[in-house]
Design a protein around this ligand. Structure first.
Ligand code: SF4
Length: 444
């Protein structure tokens, strides 16, 4: 009988990509994907360390799994991802239910670990073997068949922002070979991908050198655009310091690159940016914004904000508010600072909780208003939507416009994978709701 694996994924798109690649790998051992978390021979938690209390959430999840399998054969319990990397042996010591701890740069070892698990010794694998990992996965076809597919091109980070664990959990910056990325893109496209989202912790720091030249993300974007079946290209997450002119130029020359850029700034105060070790100034950020807007004023931005970072005064916070009023980010993430063990900011004096909450509410009021204003601007307009899938249990379809807004409408499944025009009738802060324009009926 075939063995089943269930993977629960937390956090960013890179974890989602990794989980799919783990499925591709363990399939070779005869594992099939289980949709039922209560019925698996192997249960893998792919964890994220970005949010508050990440470690406790993992123990909580394991508590749930234990209950699910009470009185039955327990699954092989694997904790993977950034929490596994950060906590490693300590997790094995604290929670005997865990069988394998697997760091993000050791995923290529998963098949061997599962094969050898028969002797039931606890295993911890948290080496930074990034090159071996990608060499291993380059030999395994990416079976993902999503209309919008992720493709990791770069991992790790050398920037060491004071608040962030990524350099410790994902290791130093590594860029995959140009031709391997293209080979994977080709298989995604032959599986039906119409949109590819290039991923990396510092995706725009992508740099791969062979004997002849250095390839940057701009080279990748331009090459991908030559595949006629591929309709849209995106990339995330970018660092302002790596927004080089060749990449900015893509917005003027490349019609498939979507006019929406997620570019985290974190704060509108230079003092705070320095304390966070972000290595750019507000003025430099605005210059990038203006350059891109000059190329095409309809390009929109989203960002990330940390409020109440240690040392943030009212004046610093007001500078962030002013920036948010100036640049109407159409979709952003905002959080109260929370310390991550092992980072430079871990032991700094924190700002009072009430002040932090007040600041978060204030900034979100502005961010959410910009988001809603943007969404309302689509009402009664016909917009181009790439249809991604059917919504589970409903007769509705889900797609995205060029700005990544979710668009929901009634329609038949034969629209999936197509670009169609949707007339928007209603919106809320997160989604647009509309109807298929009549002329699409003939095209489908
Ligand atoms: S650039 Fe900063 S925030 Fe982004 S992954 Fe690197 S250290 Fe973390």
């Amino acid at each position: 009988m075939q063995k089943k694996i269930f993977i629960k994924t937390f956090g960013c798109q890179m974890n989602e990509y990794d989980s799919n690649r783990i499925y591709d790998s363990v399939k070779r051992l005869g594992f099939i994907k289980s949709e039922d978390q209560g019925n698996a021979d192997c249960y893998l938690l792919n964890t994220c360390h970005i949010r508050d209390k990440a470690k406790e959430k993992v123990y909580h999840e394991i508590g749930r799994v234990k209950k699910l399998y009470r009185g039955r054969k327990k699954p092989i319990m694997i904790v993977a991802g950034c929490v596994a990397q950060a906590e490693n042996q300590e997790m094995l010591n604290r929670e005997p239910y865990i069988d394998i701890i697997l760091g993000p740069q050791s995923y290529h070892k998963i098949n061997d670990l599962l094969k050898n698990f028969i002797n039931k010794d606890k295993i911890e694998e948290t080496e930074f073997d990034t090159i071996l990992k990608f060499n291993y996965f380059d030999k395994i076809e990416n079976k993902n068949s999503n209309v919008s597919s992720y493709l990791t091109i770069q991992e790790g980070c050398d920037k060491f922002c004071s608040f962030c664990v990524v350099p410790y959990t994902r290791g130093p910056e590594y860029s995959r070979p140009f031709n391997k990325i293209l080979a994977e893109a080709e298989s995604l496209i032959s599986n039906g991908a119409k949109e590819i989202i290039l991923l990396g912790q510092n995706v725009n720091a992508y740099s791969y050198k062979d004997k002849f030249k250095e390839y940057r993300i701009s080279n990748l974007i331009n090459k991908l655009a030559s595949y006629s079946e591929l309709k849209r290209i995106r990339y995330t997450t970018s660092h302002p310091r790596d927004m080089t002119d060749d990449l900015i130029e893509c917005y003027s020359t490349n019609k498939k690159l979507m006019p929406f850029l997620h570019l985290p700034i974190q704060s509108g105060s230079n003092k705070m940016l320095k304390l966070m070790n972000r290595k750019y100034t507000v003025e430099q950020y605005i210059k990038i914004y203006e350059k891109i807007k000059k190329i095409n004023s309809s390009i929109e931005f989203s960002s990330d904000f940390i409020v109440a970072y240690p040392g943030e005064t009212d004046d610093d916070f007001n500078k962030t508010l002013n920036l948010v009023k100036k640049i109407k980010f159409i979709n952003s993430f905002s959080f109260i600072f929370s310390p991550r063990p092992g980072t430079k900011a871990a032991n700094l004096d924190q700002i009072k909780k009430e002040t932090a909450k007040e600041r978060l509410l204030k900034i979100q009021e502005h961010l959410f208003k910009s988001q809603l204003n943007m969404n309302e601007s689509f009402i009664n307009k016909s917009i181009d939507v790439l249809v991604e899938n059917k919504i589970n249990g409903q007769k509705k379809l889900f797609g995205r416009n060029k700005y990544m807004n979710s668009v929901i409408f009634d329609g038949e499944e034969n629209y999936i994978g197509k670009n169609i025009n949707i007339k928007i009738k209603e919106v809320n802060q997160n989604s647009l709701f509309g109807k298929i324009e009549k002329n699409n009926m003939r095209a489908a």
